[in-house]
Design a protein around this ligand. Sequence first.
Ligand SMILES: [Zn+2]
Length: 170
Amino acid sequence: MNTHTESEIRKSFVNCSKGAAQRIAIPRTLLDADWESLIFLGWVDPKSPQSGYLVVETEAGLRGLALQKNPPKGRGSAQMCQLCMTLHPGSGVSLVSIQRSKSAKDRYNSMATYICSDLRCSDYTLGKKRPDGVRQMEETLSVEQRAERTLDNVRSLVERIESGSGARPR
Ligand SMILES: [Zn+2]
């Protein structure tokens, strides 16, 4: 990923209001991160752990999604992140709701998917982090191919959200 400024990040959100995008907590550590080693930006609001965010470069420009994590339902079986295909035990994966519209009134127009609870899919894809206590599927893909797959998955998620709402960035 290329480096982007905080204001570029705030402008990229396609599924929350301008005011809400201004209030998103963007940790300093994220802005200072090594962007080159990131497939997309993903983070959890440090003060509100149910809120997560992802920002990705697409052909149409930078796009961001606000996500709402559902509370974990106890210790279920391992689940797979639908972005980076990493298997996590317990609460390592969250069922997230993603609103399709910028307006909070429209919150029932949303879709749900499973995503790594810490949103560190870049690190899992590149093998920098591994969940404990679960065996991953055997894969023959190279790291580059896995990175490409994760990027494609994030971009198509953004497309599905955008096409469902007609939303365009400001
Ligand atoms: Zn993931």
